[in-house]
Write a protein that binds this ligand. Structure first.
Ligand SMILES: Nc1ncnc2c1ncn2[C@@H]1O[C@H](COP(=O)(O)OP(=O)(O)O)[C@@H](O)[C@H]1O
Ligand SMILES: [Mg+2]
Length: 382
């Protein structure tokens, strides 16, 4: 073996031995701070040189002077590499403390600081943290909105029940005392109020079944033409009373597998909403058409468009718009409760069919007096 080959073999073997010891040390120190790991790297590098020089000098004739030279140079290198390792470690520790601080702030609901710090990996962690914070804030916001809707719902429902009940009591007392000027009118009004309350309680019951996941869908083949014309016929008196034109079109023979009662309710809610939000001489139009993988039912009205901030919330339980807090004359609307439950029920029924419902604004609706409006689209899988 030539000299140089021997030197290669000896230094590789001793280097390997030192490296293994270093790895072992690293493993024992794995739970300590980063400083220790980096110190191990510095020490291993220096030791490899020292041990290699010693081993080689044992086998060969290296003058004492030469050996000392090598020793001095390596010792200086050792000091420098250890110092650099410790400084780097200190910086890494500082950056990781910064990250930890950010995580703590996120935990307390604050935003992480936007400072760029440390190596690429740390930066990626920080970016990931910011993204997670944004998602968390979104979820919190949605949760708050739902909570607010629910609170409003409870207070509106109690209000909406108390007002007609108070009215009924006054009318009943008047009838009892024989003070009522026009008893048949009082009877009719009492009937109307009771109908409205029954509808509201029905809606609440339906919604609680939807939320409890107890809504049972019994899909049958439904001929959409029949279903739509029945829904239009049922809502026609309301439309006439409000001078809104109601119409629709369905391709001949279009069918879908759905729960007929559920789908009727969906259509009725959408149509009555459309009529209610369309001014006199406007038009509400119902359309069905086959789409990719199912059918689409679209109800277009002339409501003038729903503002962006309200459009995201119309399907929330208890949401009834920003300007809808004072109920209109009850007799104008005996068919619905107006408690902000209708669209939440629509959504629940549609989702129980594995379908989707969405709303968008349109520039011009149907009819001779075409106004901007909105269209509610229900897509049911075929
Ligand atoms: N067709 C529509 N055009 C404009 N706004 C609508 C329409 N349908 C619903 N909205 C808005 O969404 C709210 C919620 O509707 P809904 O859930 O049916 O409750 P409710 O009819 O009891 O008020 C309504 O109060 C209204 O502000
Ligand atoms: Mg409604």
């Amino acid at each position: 073996m030539s000299d140089l080959t021997e030197i290669w073999v000896i230094s590789a073997t001793s280097g390997l031995a030192v490296g293994l010891v270093g790895l072992l040390a690293g493993w024992f120190l794995r739970h300590r701070t980063l400083r220790w790991q980096l110190a191990v790297v510095g020490v291993v590098t220096t030791l490899t040189v020292l041990v290699g020089v010693q081993a080689v000098s044992r086998r060969m004739l290296i003058s004492d002077h030469d050996r000392q030279v090598v020793l001095i140079v390596t010792s200086a290198a050792a000091v420098v590499s250890l110092a650099v390792a410790l400084l780097l470690a200190a910086a890494l520790v500082r950056w990781s403390h910064g990250l930890r601080e950010d995580v703590r702030r996120v935990g307390e609901g604050d935003a992480p600081s936007a400072a760029r710090r440390g190596p690429a990996e740390f930066q990626e962690l920080a970016d990931e943290l910011s993204a997670a914070t944004a998602r968390l804030a979104g979820a919190r916001e949605r949760e708050l909105r739902l909570e607010e809707s629910r609170r409003e719902l409870v207070s509106w429902v109690s209000h909406d029940l108390r007002t007609p009940l108070a009215g009924i009591r006054v009318m009943a007392e008047a009838l009892e005392d024989g003070m009522a000027a026009d008893p048949p009118r009082y009877h009719r009004q009492i009937r109307g109020e009771v109908d409205r309350m029954v509808n509201m309680v029905d809606d609440l019951f339906e919604l609680s079944r939807i939320h409890a996941g107890q809504l049972t869908i019994e899909p049958q083949v439904v001929v959409l033409g029949d279903l739509v014309s029945e829904a239009i016929a049922a809502a026609d008196p309301v439309a006439r009373a409000r001078q809104v034109t109601l119409g629709g079109e369905v391709p001949h023979g279009l069918q879908v597998a759905a729960d007929p009662a559920g789908l009727t309710r969906v259509l009725a809610n959408l149509i009555v909403n459309g009529i209610r939000h369309t001014p006199a001489d406007g038009t509400v139009y119902v359309q069905a058409r086959p789409v990719d993988g199912g059918v689409e039912l679209a109800v277009t009205d002339g409501c003038g468009g729903i503002p962006d901030e309200a459009r995201g919330r119309v399907f929330d339980v208890g949401f009834r718009g920003t300007s809808a807090r004072t109920p209109e004359s009850p007799l104008a609307d005996v068919h619905t409760s107006r408690a902000g439950l209708g669209l939440a029920i629509v959504k629940g029924i549609v989702e129980a069919h594995h379908g989707q419902v969405a709303v968008e604004n349109v520039e011009s609706g149907w009819g001779e007096v075409s106004r901007p409006g909105c269209v509610f689209r229900v897509v049911l899988p075929g």
